[in-house]
Write a protein that binds this ligand. Structure first.
Ligand SMILES: CN1c2c(nc(N)[nH]c2=O)NC[C@@H]1CNc1ccc(C(=O)N[C@@H](CCC(=O)N[C@@H](CCC(=O)N[C@@H](CCC(=O)O)C(=O)O)C(=O)O)C(=O)O)cc1
Ligand SMILES: N[C@@H](CCS)C(=O)O
Ligand SMILES: [Zn+2]
Length: 776
């Protein structure tokens, strides 16, 4: 039975929150620095919320029917849900996000397979779970009934759904063994029910509950078969029974609702929610008879929210029409596959003048958030009125795609041929035993060698110098001199501290991926394409558009300079192929594994040049190895195979006496332990302090038998660990694995820290290493 199509003009699942000019970042940081008041922060946030929803109307979304999402968050949407439920008091919002002198912040981790990070709520049997904060209601009302004389917009509040919220939470300290936050589903759902009633009373026609956990075995894999479907059924039976509630759209972005581990479309289709948003970029359209779907609207995620390529409108429109005809849904609306949180605001904000790889042709191939909204609006019009109604837009999109496919640089035969010639010998080094002996002879390091992960504090002076250089106020020579002075300071500091393997400190790097992309062919970088990474912190993901090659050495001069200042070994420092891909917008016209091989070969040449310049140690960072792990278990093996191969391609050209390090952080490593071993690095440093070294026995049990540097202090906060604390962690490590394998280093790079705490912390690290060495 056909039902009325909701959002007939199209909709999006969410929009960037940081602001076109990073207004939210500036407002937050000014407040945290004490330069403004709470009222000023709220005024700036409100202005941003209103400007955003009005912008979406100007781009073509309907202002009256809930097509415009209200997806603002002051810091993080998962923290917002914790405050909504009273699990975190509203007054402690920023304490939970950032900590204060006395309380640590909530743990932060990756949001599905993206480079966005959320705060992990802590839920125990007694954690309050009641409708405690009505921010979604206030934000709905302020847009629907504005008091600034501006346009009224009837929005669709967007909230993390109850099942996903509890699955992303962790058990609070002290919770009984076996307790899981999902055990509190009924309490959480009762609070959501109150929210729905309040939104209904405020006049909201729709609410969007985000349930991406339904597509992710990485989040739900521990549940008993059927438990997830049962939780969804129970939660949505209660929520749909709320009198006077808005219509409910359940969104399942980032993947497929149906996988080898279960069919999670079925319980949603069988529920009484009005609409389901499916990701048709990463996931698939419903097929076969799905009971209940006939009374639902499907919000078809046809426009990629996760990447920046202009959509093939002809193909997408045909897909939408097929969906309408064939899936047995009551109605089809056009939407984005995910929130647009992961892409920059507007292609038009960039200059496309060839600088930094910003080839003028690229402008036409790309769609950032605003262009994606326009694509959604076009597809919705085409679906409603036939392709003829949008013939011009379809033709323009097809022409841009054809231009892109044929453009010089997209396919570079020499790069393709080099990749095609690769064989197994290119990914194999000499046996570890042989390498270890050669490296020991070359490096003469003490037991428990001390080192750092690469970056030293990026001081305001360094950033100001780079900003001045970027706007032409500082010439190349002066900028380079400033960075060399910083390298000299970092080397002198490490000598003074007594570290064993030194680094140059990475002052010349704006970002560990962007810096490389700026120097490789096949990439473009943006000047202002900021994307929120967490809270007020942003990154500018490069755009990988063509075949990748290295026109000139990338890092050699800095490493050589640092090495000229010391007799101790200086590590060459590279970002690995998987991480470069994970933190870039990657081309969508070939398998990711092929792109990874191209990047790996560019890095392989860099390793060779570092060796030729005398580097005895080279580190290739792969902090995003776990991030790109596919959400569905059945897809993980293939990913890990190409990811490991790419790392080995990058590093296996190194001579046996060159010590290859890698570094991983920002994730739980459990699911990638075998892959870590498979990288075949001589030394692997990992974030480990907060988990008290638990990775060390895990790696040992998996048979890992090469160098390991479990982080001995957490670099995420300015807190200085005592030498005693570091010693204790180090003792845990040497008890868990052969001490001859253990290295001593912090959890990660020090770029976000200041010099005062860094110096003190490293002093304690060296003291701890000496103390434990003495007791071996
Ligand atoms: C390790 N992490 C990274 C991830 N992804 C990356 N691509 N890179 C990473 O390092 N993902 C996982 C984690 C996420 N963690 C972080 C941590 C910190 C930041 C961060 O601090 N971001 C900065 C911007 C960093 C940067 O690009 N700096 C540039 C430009 C600086 C800038 O904004 N300049 C101002 C002018 C300043 C002045 O003094 O005049 C401007 O342009 O307006 C640089 O150093 O040159 C942030 O501020 O958000 C991100 C992810
Ligand atoms: N070498 C980098 C790794 C960060 S994950 C750094 O030290 O910042
Ligand atoms: Zn790291």
């Amino acid at each position: 039975m056909p039902i009325a199509t909701p959002f007939p003009g199209g909709t999006i699942l969410g929009y960037p929150r940081i602001g076109r000019r990073r207004e939210l970042k500036r407002a937050l940081e000014a407040r945290w620095a004490g330069r403004t008041t709470d009222a000023e922060l709220e005024a700036a946030s409100r202005a941003l919320r209103l400007a955003t929803v009005r912008r979406l109307v100007a781009l073509g979304l309907d202002p009256a029917d809930g097509s415009v999402p209200s997806s603002f968050s002051p810091y993080d949407q998962v923290l917002d849900a914790a405050v909504l439920l009273g699990a975190v008091p509203a007054a402690d919002y920023f304490v939970a996000a950032r900590g204060d002198g006395a309380r640590p912040p909530l743990e932060m981790t990756k949001w599905f397979d993206t480079n966005y990070h959320y705060l992990v709520p802590e839920i125990g049997p007694d954690t309050p779970l009641t409708f405690a904060d009505d921010a979604p209601v206030r934000w709905f009302a302020e847009a629907a009934r504005p008091d600034d004389g501006g346009q009224a917009v009837v929005t669709r509040p967007v909230v993390v759904g109850p099942v996903t919220f509890l699955l992303l939470a962790k058990a609070a300290a002290g919770a009984p063994v076996g307790f899981r936050p999902l055990d509190r589903l009924d309490d959480a759902v009762a609070a959501y029910a109150d929210l729905l009633a309040a939104l209904g009373a405020a006049g909201a026609p729709w609410v969007q509950l985000d349930e991406p956990a339904l597509v992710a075995d990485t989040v739900t894999g521990h549940l008993a078969p059927g438990a997830l479907a049962e939780a969804v059924t129970r939660a949505y039976a209660t929520l749909t029974a709320v009198p006077g509630r808005p219509a409910i759209l359940v969104a399942a972005p980032y993947g497929d609702l149906r996988g080898a581990s279960g069919d999670h479309l079925a319980p949603l289709a069988a529920s009484d929610v009005e609409a389901i948003a499916v990701d048709l970029v990463r996931g698939s359209a419903p097929t076969g008879l799905v009971p209940g779907l006939e009374s639902k609207a499907l919000v078809a995620g046809l426009v990629d929210g996760h990447n920046v390529w202009r959509a093939d409108l002809a193909a997408r429109l045909a897909q939408a029409a097929r969906l309408q005809a064939a899936t047995g849904t009551g109605a089809v609306a056009v939407g984005t596959s995910t929130s647009l949180l992961h892409v920059p605001h507007d292609v038009e904000d960039e200059t496309w003048d060839g600088a930094a790889g910003r080839d003028p042709r690229l402008r036409d191939w790309l769609a950032f958030a605003d262009q994606k909204v326009a694509e959604v609006v076009t597809l919705a019009r085409g679906l409603a009125h036939g392709p003829g109604a949008v013939a011009e837009q379809i033709a323009a999109a097809s022409a841009a795609l054809a231009d892109r496919a044929a453009a010089a640089g997209v396919v570079v035969p020499a790069v393709r041929e080099r990749v095609a010639r690769l064989g197994e010998a290119d990914v194999a080094r000499a046996p570890y035993r042989e390498r270890a002996a050669a490296q020991a002879a070359r490096l003469s390091l003490p037991p428990l060698p001390t080192t750092t992960i690469g970056s030293f504090p990026q001081t305001p002076e360094i950033r100001a110098a780079r900003a001045a250089w970027a706007r032409g106020a500082l010439d190349d020579a002066a900028y380079e001199a400033a960075m060399r002075a910083e390298v000299a300071r970092v080397v002198a500091l490490q000598e003074e501290l007594g570290l064993d393997v030194l680094v140059h400190g990475e002052p010349e790097r704006n970002d560990m991926v962007q810096h490389f992309a700026e120097r490789l062919d096949g990439f473009a970088v943006t000047a202002g394409g900021w994307v929120q990474s967490y809270g007020s912190r942003c990154v500018r993901p490069p755009i990988l558009w063509g075949d990748v090659s290295r026109p000139a050495p990338l890092t050699v001069a800095w490493t050589r300079y640092a090495q000229s200042l010391t007799a101790k070994p200086v590590k060459g420092m590279l970002t690995g192929p998987v991480t470069i891909l994970a933190w870039s917008f990657v081309r969508d016209d070939q398998p990711l594994g092929d792109t990874a091989a191209q990047v790996a070969l560019a890095l392989r040449d860099e390793v060779a040049d570092l060796e030729a310049a005398g580097a005895a140690v080279v580190q290739v960072d792969e902090p995003a190895l776990r991030e790109l792990l596919p959400l569905r278990r059945e897809d993980q093996r293939a990913y890990l195979d190409w990811a490991v191969r790419a790392f080995r391609l990058a590093t296996a050209g190194a001579a046996p006496d060159t010590q290859v390090h890698t570094h991983l952080c920002y994730s739980e490593f459990g699911e990638v332990i075998d892959a870590i071993d498979g990288l075949d690095a001589d030394v692997t440093s990992l974030e480990a302090a907060r988990s008290r070294m638990e990775i060390v026995p895990q790696l040992r049990d998996a048979g890992y038998g090469r160098g390991i540097g479990p982080g001995v202090y957490d670099i995420h906060s300015p807190r200085v660990p005592s030498a005693g604390e570091v010693t204790e962690l180090l003792r845990l490590a040497v008890r868990a694995i052969e001490p001859a394998l253990v290295w001593v280093n912090p959890d990660c790079g020090l770029k976000t820290r200041g010099y005062a705490e860094t110096t003190e912390s490293l002093r304690h690290l060296v003291a701890a290493a000496r103390a434990v060495r003495a007791s071996l």
